[in-house]
Design a binder for this molecule. Sequence first.
Ligand code: ADP
Length: 309
Amino acid sequence: LILSFGSVNIDVTARARHIPKPGQTIHAESYFIALGGKGSNQAAATGRLARSLPVRAALAGRVGTDPFGIQARKKLLEFGVDLTALRDDPDTPTGLALIIVDDTSGENSITVAGGANMAVTIADIDDADALFSAASVLMLQLELPVYTVLEAAKRAKQAGATVILDPAPVPEGGLPAQLWPLIDIITPNESETLSLVGLAPETTEDAARAAAMLINRGVRATVVKMGARGVWWQDETGSGFIPPFTVTAVDTVAAGDCFNAGLATSLALGQNLAEATRVAAACGALATTRYGAAQASPEWEDVAALLRH
Ligand code: ADP
């Protein structure tokens, strides 16, 4: 079982000729409403990959009892995600993300209103006890109160799971000191790597240095995502560079979430970090070829086909 403990949002995405500057109003060609939030994206992308595999995806977290919450649940179920530990919060609205995508470059600008995600407490983890005990991989991100992320990492470690942290967004002041040694694999992108260790991984040499610095903080392994430039991984067995898969990127929203879903799925299948990083890079690359967040995530068959190339 692969458990994601994290945020659930509804994304309202407008596509425009460019991202507006402060004070500017621009006309968007179109907009759409979709499932978002890093916790939910990672669970949904895992659910889709898992469809033809002997693994299961589950999500623990919170949504409101508003129409967005109902919509989020319905979509997650379509991805095959176990929602037995997704709580309904009658007092707080479902998390919301306002996204603008630049039609030309595919770059995005995002504002997140946390809503029910920020109302998650330790009681949500207690409720998800059966899933925490059953999970072989736990996926964490930082769109929930950070003390709950810390507690979830502790529980999963005790139960013997592999803990993956996507350090997004990096909190002001960095990660709590107690969190580092509870993480098996940290998966920062370029800007998160810069925030965490003060070094932007623009070359593989810099990525290797950054990965070593992250391991010095106490994590077991590091996977540094460099967007279209590839990925650097390091663990106790070694390190290496995974060159990017060549694709035509149209929308990079949630590429990192699909990447982490691929990483978790491959690890749950018993593959090693080098293999899992390649699977992850293929998932991330495929996700950029389609619009949207979780709905841009690939099927396992498409990933396998890209890996054979
Ligand atoms: P995030 O979405 O967290 O910002 P990245 O932008 O680094 O993370 O994207 C995640 C992963 O998706 C990358 O490490 C890479 O494997 C893949 N990816 C992203 N953009 C491209 C691209 N243009 N071409 C190929 N792969 C890409």
